[in-house]
Design a protein around this ligand. Structure first.
Ligand SMILES: [Zn+2]
Length: 345
């Protein structure tokens, strides 16, 4: 056991669903798993039964494998079709990837928050050339090496490659909206920091929170700075968002997008806040001579990172450095070489 945090949640005893199968967690609430071709190799999706069909929550990555898994789900005896609507918690491709295909297949609307729908649409439309020039400038300023910058230039619009065309029309979810799903009220609670306006769904009657990527049981959700908003300070947003979930009952069963459903919401919220404070302290302690984000990254990420992981790691390091700047503990200088260097203030 590492970090201690793994001890503080209690996993729900439900068996892990095979791809293409439904695992029923509560009356009318089903858990699915879809494959992902990454180190994080799965995503959890949810089906909520209605009187005359069902609502899908999240969609999976746009791959032939996920499409085939969905077709198997639609043949599962526990599946109560037809699909009446598709909800996407946020714009990341493992959540929104197949929304276009699912909405088209069933002739149903997509429900999202406005910022997530807009961000997804706009990210998918970025031309590879404009994206590459923006990203290269951003990662160069962070102190990344030429081999990584070359990989960034070569990968084009990776987001667009993992997602079906996003529906050009959506229905807006707002914080505190109550959706009637199968005769039960599900409250939309918006979290920030991982994504701009991440929707989570809470049902008081069932004591269930569909938390998406906002709250995960073991890994900490990625909170990163990206090239499209290089001065972003998302960690404050993330830490503030933890607070709104403290208002939910301690016994809430949390349904996260990765890993397994769990109890222990309040301790997990405390652990996530403590985890980031520890990392802020680690970074501060590592800053001796002025250092680039890349040079100080080993204070947070000790293992060797591949190119895919480097983008996430730099974003995470910058998120922490930017919060330290907000707090007045770190200063940033721009060198004549165009590279940012950080020092304790
Ligand atoms: Zn995400």
């Amino acid at each position: 056991m590492s970090k201690g945090s793994i001890n503080t949640v209690a996993y729900h005893p439900a068996g892990m669903p095979e791809p293409g199968r439904l695992e029923t967690l509560a009356e009318g609430v089903h858990w699915l798993r879809m494959p992902l071709p990454f180190a994080l190799d799965h995503i959890n999706l949810w089906i909520l039964d209605e009187d005359d069909g069902c609502t899908l929550v999240d969609c999976g990555l746009a791959t032939a494998e996920t499409r085939a898994a969905w077709e198997a789900v639609f043949r599962d005896p526990a599946f109560k079709g037809p699909v009446r609507r598709v909800i996407a918690t946020h714009y990341h491709p493992d959540h929104l990837g197949l929304a276009g295909w699912l909405c088209e297949r069933w002739g149903v609307p997509l429900l999202m928050t406005q910022a997530e729908w807009l961000t997804g649409r706009m990210t998918a439309l970025d031309s590879p050339a404009s994206l590459a020039s923006k990203q290269i400038a951003f990662y160069r300023a962070a102190g990344c090496g030429e081999d990584f910058l070359g990989a960034v230039a070569a990968r084009g619009n990776a987001y667009a490659g993992r997602i079906d065309p996003i529906p050009a029309e959506f229905r807006r979810l707002r914080h505190d909206d109550i959706l009637d799903i199968g005769g039960r009220g599900w409250r939309i609670m918006v979290g920030r920091g991982h994504a701009p306006e991440h929707a989570t769904l809470y049902c008081a009657e069932l004591g269930l929170l569909i938390s998406g990527d906002q709250i995960l049981p073991r890994i900490s959700p990625n909170v990163g700075v990206w090239a499209n908003e290089p001065e972003a300070e998302p960690l404050s947003d993330f830490l503030d968002s933890l607070e709104i979930f403290k208002a939910l009952p301690a016994g809430t069963l949390v349904l996260p997008s990765h890993d397994r459903p769990f109890h222990g919401l309040h301790t997990r919220l405390d652990d996530l806040a403590a985890h980031h404070e520890t990392r802020l302290g680690d970074l501060l302690a590592a800053l001796g001579e002025p250092m680039t984000a890349m040079e100080v990254a080993p204070a947070l990420f000790r293992r060797k990172l591949d190119h895919h992981q480097t983008g996430f790691a730099v974003g995470e390091v910058l998120a922490h450095l930017h919060l330290l700047r907000t707090r007045g503990q770190v200063a940033r200088d721009l060198g004549a070489d165009g590279i940012h260097r950080y020092r304790s203030a």
